[in-house]
Write a new protein. Structure first.
Length: 260
């Protein structure tokens, strides 16, 4: 008998691509959409962790650089999606529930009622210990970077910044209480498919193209209880997660090092 699979997703287009790819091979029985944190709460927490100047630089980067890249890279985005047969698909409304936070009592109660065996996490907030312990299920995630070295955001970009192409890729892993510290299931590199047309935003699409087959392989092996994971040691994961670059950091590295 197949194990019960559900998804917990953030509210944007990327999880819909994952859903479309999975639903052709797996019965996704429910989708929980986490509405996400408010921008003000996110910024306050980020400022406390990184400092005001760093966060202002990150905001300027998103306003000017990300907007520019998104506007000028549409053709490349679509080429990657077409080449890898990746499409968006709206969720079945009968199988979808929205929650303010998966870590809320509402979220945990919903998880308990669904009682899944496998939970696929896609671009949602960090799950609390209580949420992870609320059901007897395996939580599995796509991470846009090679863990444990590139935890946090935009691992492909940061590996290129660090002249570390052998760790420019994607990871499928189990979710635990840390930030991208769960046991590794599969990893792959994107260095063989990066072109001169690619940049900070297209790397994410290249990572998705590499990750989807690994995610499907992991789910099939989970279904048959054949999946073996590779643990991270505390020594390996004792590093600071990466975030968005600041505007000035990005421009310097683009102009003087050619890293887009």
């Amino acid at each position: 008998m197949d194990k019960k699979i559900i998804m917990i997703v953030g509210d944007w287009y990327y999880p819909k691509m994952v859903y479309q790819n999975l639903k052709t091979n797996f019965d996704i029985q429910h989708i929980i959409v986490d509405n996400g944190e408010s921008t003000s709460k996110l910024l306050k927490r980020r400022i406390k962790r990184l400092g005001l100047l760093q966060v202002v630089g990150q905001l300027l980067f998103r306003i000017f650089v990300v907007s520019y890249i998104n506007a000028t890279s549409k053709k490349r985005f679509q080429n990657i999606l077409d080449e890898n047969n990746i499409k968006q698909s709206n969720y079945d409304l009968n199988k979808t529930t929205r929650v303010s936070s998966i870590n809320s009592e509402e979220g945990k109660k919903l998880l308990k009622s669904l009682n899944p065996d496998i939970i696929v996490i896609v671009t949602t907030r960090i799950l609390s210990k209580k949420t992870l312990q609320s059901v007897n299920a395996k939580f599995i995630n796509i991470h846009s970077g090679i863990t444990p070295k590139y935890r946090g955001l935009h691992g492909a970009y940061w590996s290129l910044i660090n002249k570390d192409k052998e760790n420019c890729g994607v990871t499928v892993h189990f979710v635990d209480e840390g930030i991208d510290t769960g046991n590794i299931l599969y990893q792959d590199l994107i260095t063989d498919i990066i072109t001169p047309k690619d940049n900070f935003m297209t790397y994410t699409y290249l990572q998705l193209a590499k990750a989807l087959p690994l995610l499907k392989k992991s789910l099939k092996e989970l279904q048959s209880d054949r999946l073996i994971s590779k643990p991270n040691t505390q020594e390996q994961i004792n590093n600071t997660p990466y975030y968005h670059p600041t505007l000035w950091f990005y421009l310097y590295n683009r102009w003087f090092r050619g890293i887009k």
